[in-house]
Design a protein around this ligand. Sequence first.
Ligand code: MF3
Ligand code: CO
Length: 256
Amino acid sequence: MIIYKSQDEIELMREAGAILAETLNHLQSLARPGVTLLDLDREADKVIRARDCIPGFVGYDGYKNAICTSVNDQVVHGIPTNRKLREGDLLSLDAGLIYRGFWADAGLSVGVGKVSPEAQRLMDVTRESLAIGIDQARDGNRIGDISAAVQRHVEAAGFSVVRQFVGHGIGRDMHEDPQVPNFGIAGRGPMLKPGMVLAIEPMVNAGSPEVALLGDGWTVVTVDHSLSAYFEHSVAITAEGPEILTVSRKALPARS
Ligand code: MF3
Ligand code: CO
């Protein structure tokens, strides 16, 4: 069942999204060689609570951390450990929070120091595929329009989309209907209407789309150990078009 949000509810989700975006920007700036994945997790937990939000991943299905940290061939849901980031790592950060009852869910991939041209291209194509998918999140379109647009962009670049994990509706729960696959056929699936809020999250592998679950029960890796990248935004469908909720609302510093 799809739960439509009122204007007031979307305003709360906008505030939740801004706080999450600012948290992710901060974490991204800390992702340097020598910093551990747990350092990033602790910082996220602290920053989220300091803004009167709940780090909603903590306790979700028994998950213990505030963020997921997935490195190189890890696709999503990597558990933060004391592993230090190294020059050239491709780090995917996924965070969620609850603000006055509403979730925001977002994530991004970032290179640690200088990364290989292939890793950079994978991240660029994945970020672009999210933007292209978001552009399809319009009144009267269907979920399949988002899915097909993401898939087409990724595959045209020679990469592959993960099938086993998909985006989702979001609101008072992190995971609501409908599912938002990163593959599919334009014109198919549930129709998009104002008031729907979707977490769109392409997971893109440099090689095969096949993934496997590690023994920790969470970490998803590519079966062929190829690199994987991931970007996610929570997006509201409005009469005026898609609105990305997980963006900072802080004014940019003036240029000098
Ligand atoms: N952001 C992830 C998703 O969209 C959820 C992380 S799993 C959790 O499905 F357990 F850490 F919450
Ligand atoms: Co999500």
